[in-house]
Every structure is written in C-alpha cells, then in structure tokens.
Design a protein around this ligand. Structure first.
Ligand code: 1GP
Length: 248
C-alpha cells in the first residue's frame, strides 16, 4: 500500500513541488465528474483533496468511487467536520485549527472522528491548520468562529507553526480560505518554511500560475487550488505547456 505522507516527504527531500486540486462535494455535479477528472488527469496535479467547510450533501462515497475509477491520483480527505469521512479515500488530513482558540476545532471534532477512523484503513496525516487573514471573512472563519492570524504578524504565524510541529503535526497548512481575496503573504510562507522541517501546504485565493509559482518559490511544498479550477475547468490546460511545476 502506498504511503502518501512518505511520498510527500520524499518529494520534499528532492525539492519537488506538489499540486493538490480541491473538490468540494457540494459544488461538484456528478454528471460532469468524468470530464472534470479527465481535466485533472491532464493537469500537473499530484493529489486530489476532497472537502469543504460545510459539506451538506451525502455523496462523498459515490464521488470518491467515481474518481477512483477514472484517476490514479491519491485522494486525500480535507474535512470540515467529522461527518466528512469516507473509507473510499486514501488518506485524511487530520486537521487541528491551531491558529484559533475554539476547542471544537482544536480537539472536539477530532475526538468525535477518532472511533470511526480507528475502524477504517485511512492513512491519518496530522495537520496543523493555520487560518490567515485575507482581508474579508471567509467560510472557515465564519464556521469555525475563530479569528484568523493577522497578515503582518509573522512571529505569531511562525510560533504557531512551530508549536504545531512540536505537538507532532506532520504537515502545516497555511490557509487564506477558499475563494480568499488575498492569498497567504509570501513573507509568511518564507518564514514558516525556513524555520520548520515538516512539509508546508499553502492554499486559499491562489488564482493563477504566477501565484502558484510565487508560493513554491517562497517555500510551499504543496499548493492547493480549488476555486480557480471550479470557475474554469480549463484552468490547468495552460499549465501543460508551463515549466512552473512538475510531478516528475
Ligand atoms: C481552501 O485552500 C483551499 O481550503 C483552496 O482555496 O478555493 O481559494 O483555491 P481556493
């Protein structure tokens, strides 16, 4: 069985960059899914993340089954709450919202999810999730009822990431929020990546290849793209002819 986290570590050790496409089950139209997946397969994506802050529909298992029938990419759950667990996926980002002080998102949801996760075979990847101010309220902020970290408070962002690493998180995720008007500041990516050892995910508000490249150049190991691909399934076509990133 492949170990997704070990593969991420291996890529990081080789200074290779990874690209995750985020699919929100509430926004995916099942009838269009096969076309969507073929676009993903043609892109430089290395992972498919599945989740959202407020998944209301109950199509998770079906969605993942169809993706698995049509793609070999690893499928990683990125859950907004404990109901978003499916044994059809390969792994789960076991998130703790360490930028916030809402105990529900620090530990309560994890306690609720643990018995189910013990029953199934998902690879669990402990992830310190850090929400960064993007200039206006995002769904994560609204639903988690936590304040994002200020954009210019680099010391606090770094201390938060380091605390997550010391607590045993295997990944740090710097998040501006889905559809954010402003992505995570590059200086924040730089300081966190330089001063932590574990792989760094960056997402939220990255809408073009330039933004992806800037995040990589600043030290992101994995960039997550959701809204830009939702808005335009041809978003990655241009990437095929680009040397910005590579999964080879
Ligand atoms: C959201 O980081 C992801 O959790 C992706 O954000 O939808 O803005 O690409 P976007």
């Amino acid at each position: 069985m492949t170990n997704i986290y070990n593969d991420i570590l291996k890529f990081k050790s080789e200074s290779k960059k990874l690209l995750a496409i985020l699919l929100d089950p509430d926004k995916v139209v099942l009838e269009n899914l096969v076309v969507l997946i073929s676009k993903i397969n043609q892109s430089s994506a290395t992972h498919i993340f599945i989740g959202g802050s407020q998944v209301k529909t109950n199509i998770l298992d079906e969605l993942i089954t169809i993706i698995k029938q049509n793609s070999n990419l690893p499928i990683v759950l990125f859950p907004g709450n404990p109901s978003q667990i499916s044994d059809k996926a390969d792994a789960i980002l076991f998130l703790s919202l360490i930028s916030g002080r809402n105990s529900d998102f620090l530990i309560e949801h994890q306690v609720k999810a643990a018995p189910r996760l013990k029953e199934i075979q998902l690879e669990i990847i402990s992830t310190g999730y850090i929400l960064v101010d993007s200039g206006s309220e995002t769904a994560v902020e609204r639903i988690s009822k936590t304040k994002p970290l200020e954009r210019n408070n680099l010391d606090l962002a770094l201390a938060t990431a380091q605390a997550g690493e010391m607590l045993g998180n295997k990944l740090i995720y710097l998040e501006a929020g889905s559809g954010a008007k402003r992505a995570v500041p590059l200086e924040m990516i730089q300081i966190v990546s330089k001063n932590t050892e574990i792989p760094l995910i960056v997402g939220g508000g990255i809408i073009d290849l330039h933004g992806i490249k800037q995040a990589y150049d600043s030290g992101a190991d994995i960039v997550v793209i959701g809204t830009a691909f939702e808005n335009d399934i041809n978003f990655f076509d241009i990437a095929l002819s680009s040397a910005v990133y590579s999964k080879d």
